[in-house]
Design a binder for this molecule. Structure first.
Ligand code: ZN
Length: 158
């Protein structure tokens, strides 16, 4: 039973609860003027890794929210595999992050909005681990709106 210790917010579905946590991370990125994408890794109902996009701040094109969350979760567990974990991420992972998820052997990936340009599912659906279950569309509008507003604001500034 994956959500056995899920007691904080019984009124909403676990996937929505944890996606809200990923959205909080996206808002941290937004406050830093980073592209607002956030992620959390959950194991047995506990958040064991958090991350938000930091590519500007770290001058690192690989500093995506998912990569930060995978590293944090692996550090927490003391091992590189995330076999009984779920990644919640506000926007569909790119092929780099989907590729990294393969190496973690993560059980589930739950994402909010599709990324029509860089999302892995349009490029190569086989890139994730065959045992990884993919769920999309959780709090999709909230996740997409954060991105839309960010890029609208960017465009009006330039
Ligand atoms: Zn990525």
């Amino acid at each position: 039973m994956r959500y056995i210790s899920f007691t904080d917010e019984p009124s909403i579905a676990p996937d929505e609860f944890y996606m809200n946590e990923a959205i909080k991370e996206a808002k941290v990125a937004l406050d830093l003027d980073e592209v607002p994408i956030g992620a959390v890794v959950v194991c047995n109902g506990k958040i064991i890794g958090r991350g938000h996009n930091l590519t500007e701040r770290l001058n690192d094109v690989t500093a995506h929210a998912e990569m930060q969350a995978f590293t944090a979760a692996a550090n927490y567990l003391g091992g590189k595999y995330l076999k009984d974990c779920t990644l919640y991420v506000t926007i569909e992972p790119c092929i780099m992050c989907a590729g990294a998820s393969y190496w973690t052997q993560i059980s589930r990936i739950v994402f909010g909005a599709h990324d029509m340009k860089r999302g892995f599912s349009r490029i190569n659906q086989q890139i994730t681990h065959p045992r990884t279950e993919i769920v999309s569309g959780v709090k999709e509008n909230d996740c997409a709106t954060l991105m839309k507003n960010f890029f609208l604001r960017k465009r009006s500034k330039s």
